[in-house]
Structure formats: C-alpha cells, structure tokens
Ligand binder design. Structure first.
Ligand SMILES: Cc1cc2nc3c(=O)[nH]c(=O)nc-3n(C[C@H](O)[C@H](O)[C@H](O)COP(=O)(O)OP(=O)(O)OC[C@H]3O[C@@H](n4cnc5c(N)ncnc54)[C@H](O)[C@@H]3O)c2cc1C
Length: 386
C-alpha cells in the first residue's frame, strides 16, 4: 500500500520525525489504547513517553526547553498519533497549542521563564479556559469576572469542557475573564491561574461519548486570588489573543483529524483483504473497494488542505480562511471515514475493542471542538466578505 511518507513530497527531516512518531504510536500507544478507552483512564505512561521524545516542545525554541521545530512538525506528529489514538493526540494538541502556546505568544519574560520549561518538557500541562456554560461558539459571551483588588485579580465564575485541566500533572489554566467595560462593550483579558490556587476547583470529569482517555472537566472559580502580574498579554486583548491561538489550533486539529481519517483507510484496506464472504475477500467487491477509494481521497484532500494552511502560517501570511477550511474538511473526512470503516467491519465494527469503532465514537467531537463546522463556515464566509 502506498503511504504519504513514501511519495517523496516531504523534506527528509519532517519525514524522519513522522516515521519516529509512527513507530512510537504503534509500539507504545496502540497496545494500551483500548484499555485506557474502556477504563476512561488518562494515559500517564504514554504522556511520559511523549515527553521523553520532546513532543511537547516540538514547535518551541530551544531557549524555552523546546525542540526548535515548527508548527508543521507538530501537525505531522498529531497526524501519526491521531491514526491510532485520538485521546493521546488531543492530549498533545491541547498541551502544546492551547496550553503552552498562549504563554509563548503573549507572555512576558518572567511568565515564559516560569512556565515554558515545565510545559515544553511535558512535565506539566496547562489548560485553555475559554468555553463557559453561556459562551461556546459565541465565546464573547464570557461571564467569568476578574476584579482588581490591591496587587491581585480576584476571579469568580466557571468554565466548561476544558481539556487537560484536571490531571495529576496539570499546573495551570489560562482563563478568559471580563476585566471591565469599554463604552458598554465587555473588556475581556486573559489571566494565568495556577491550579493550586485556593478557590480553583476542577469538578469531576465528564462521561463522554469518545476521547475517553482525554482529560476534560468543568472548572469553578470562587474568589480565586492571583497576582496582578498573572495577566497574560495586554489587558482587554484576551479574546483577540485567544482567537489567534484558535486559528493556529485549527490546523493542528485538522492534522489530528487527517490521522483519524487515514487510520480508518488503513484498517479498512487490511480488513477488506482478509475478511471472506461469498468465497472471496470482501475487498474484491467494487462496492467495498470504491468506498475505500473514496475514503482515501477524503484523507488525501484534507491533508493537502492542512499542509497549505500550515505553509501559509509558517510563511507569515494570512491563513485564517485556509485553517478553517482545513479544520472543516478534515473533521468531516474523519467522521465520514469512521462511519464507512465501521460499515466495512460489519458486526465487528460495532464492538468497542476495534480501532474503527473507537474512531467512530471519537471523530464526532472533531466537528465540534475548537469551533464547530458552522463556526468554520461563518469564518470562511466572513473572509469572502459575506
Ligand atoms: C471534549 C471537549 C473538549 C473541549 N476542550 C476545550 C478546551 O480545552 N477549552 C475550551 O475553552 N473549550 C473546549 N471545548 C469546548 C468547545 O470548543 C465547544 O463545545 C464548542 O466551541 C461549541 O460550543 P458549545 O458547546 O457551547 O455549542 P453552542 O455554541 O451552544 O452551539 C450549539 C450548536 O449551535 C450552532 N450554532 C451556534 N451559533 C450558530 C450560528 N450563529 N449559526 C449557525 N449555527 C450556530 C453550533 O455550531 C452548534 O451546532 C471542548 C469541548 C469538548 C466537548
């Protein structure tokens, strides 16, 4: 079977990285995936392995404990991990692009020195606290408040669905909060909240449809007092800064989704060659072969979409529209391929221990998190001047 790493289209250092992560995914991640999924347990040993490989530091400079790579390298790693285990891939994606990246992009020297080495080494995780019960797609609906009191911010409110926010190694959550009012318009800022601060509570984890081994909690903040220096970036720029982080994050989610879509193709090719019915392998039926050919086309076109968005981003060019397109087509490719792969697996496809059934449960959130498909369409339309 041909594979995107054998076409010669990737520069050698990227190809080597993808091969190394592929090997890790197959040797270390895949053997424990079904168990963590069934137990809803966080894969600490896998996270430690990714930390040892430097994956949490991939796109950061060595000065901050990073690997000196770039965002595209992170995407390649996410694609390879996403093929076999979306929970592991989203743990890395959220740890890097939502946890550490806001501090790298918007932090001052002290904040970067304090937090980045812990986060880029994978010794600690940080959460990205934007979504609230009344602020999801309409993230500007933030109700959490941060009030100045002497040398402190005092935070009250709640967040929901926050990834990596309640593990044993979570040390920080970056939250958006209303810090004032500008002519009737909410002033939203971003504040670093160490999870050890009194009044911060990660409520019990959600019982999710998929991504069972990924850590997701509602958070509550009751008179949480942090120093004024914990303001991240400029006061009043919190919402805009988080939107920039989400633009980048969409490319990373697209890469993860391409991995899921490709994982469904690979599993289907194997199964269709092995499973016998009516005296031949089911893949000999054109109905099955065409289904898999279409799945391959979806994965391939979604991959080119995220490569394009990443290339624009790395070249310092506008990439918002391309990131939204990549996120939308890749998440749809993952969901469509997971549904088709499940069909090809027949009754086995409905059994939880099969990878394709896990992709079927896991892929739905790809069309929802970091901006729903409808939000991507809004952003694309806006870029077209509509
Ligand atoms: C497992 C998981 C992990 C997550 N991790 C994080 C995290 O780490 N940090 C974080 O901040 N958030 C996180 N989220 C939140 C996620 O980003 C939101 O759930 C998502 O943005 C959608 O918001 P919502 O759930 O409030 O849906 P809503 O905004 O209530 O949307 C409901 C539906 O209405 C549609 N809709 C809304 N407005 C419009 C419109 N104008 N036009 C057309 N359709 C519209 C939406 O597309 C959707 O289909 C996570 C969510 C999940 C489930």
């Amino acid at each position: 079977m041909t594979d995107y790493l054998s076409t010669g289209s990737l520069p050698e250092e990227y190809r080597q990285l993808a091969l190394t992560v592929r090997d890790f995914a197959q040797q270390v991640v895949a053997p424990v995936s079904a168990k963590h999924d069934a137990d809803h347990s966080f894969p600490y040993e896998v996270v430690a392995g990714m930390a040892d490989m430097g994956l949490f530091g991939l796109p950061f400079p060595e000065d901050f404990g990073g690997m000196g790579g770039d965002y595209f390298a992170l995407c390649l790693a996410l694609e390879e991990l996403g093929k076999v285990d979306q929970s592991v891939a989203i743990t890395l994606e959220a740890g890097v692009s939502l946890g550490a990246m806001p501090i790298y992009r918007f932090g001052d020297d002290d904040q970067r020195a304090e937090w980045l080495p812990q986060l880029t080494s994978g010794q600690a995780l940080a959460g990205f606290g934007l979504t609230e019960p009344d602020a999801g797609s309409d993230a500007g609906g933030t109700r959490t408040t941060a009030v100045e009191d002497g040398d402190s911010w005092v935070i009250n409110g709640s967040k929901q669905f926050i990834t990596n926010s309640g593990t044993d190694i979570t040390r920080l959550v970056t939250v958006t909060a209303v810090t004032g009012n500008n002519g009737g318009k909410k002033e939203i800022s971003t504040i670093l909240v160490p999870t050890s601060t009194p009044g911060f509570v990660a409520e019990p984890a959600y019982n999710k449809v998929g991504w069972n081994a990924s850590d997701t909690h509602p958070l509550s903040f009751t008179d949480v007092r942090v120093p004024r220096e914990n303001l991240l970036g400029e006061r009043g720029r919190g919402y805009a800064n988080f939107l920039r982080i989400l633009d980048e994050g969409r490319i990373a989610i697209a890469a993860l989704a391409v991995g899921a879509a490709q994982g469904c193709v690979d599993e289907s090719v194997r199964y269709a060659g092995e499973r016998q019915a009516f005296g031949q392998a089911i893949g000999r039926n054109q109905a099955i072969a065409f289904k898999i050919a279409r799945m391959e086309a979806r994965a391939h076109t979604a991959r080119t979409a995220y490569y394009d968005a990443a290339a624009l981003m790395l070249a310092g060019k506008p990439f918002k529209k391309q990131a939204s397109i990549a996120k939308m087509v890749a998440s749809e490719a993952a969901m469509d391929n997971a549904r088709d792969a499940t069909q090809i697996f027949g009754g086995n496809g409905f059994m939880n221990e099969y990878l394709v059934s896990r992709h079927y449960r896991d892929s739905k959130i790809l069309e929802i998190g970091e901006g729903t498909t409808e939000v991507q369409l809004m952003l694309i339309a806006r870029e077209l001047g509509l």
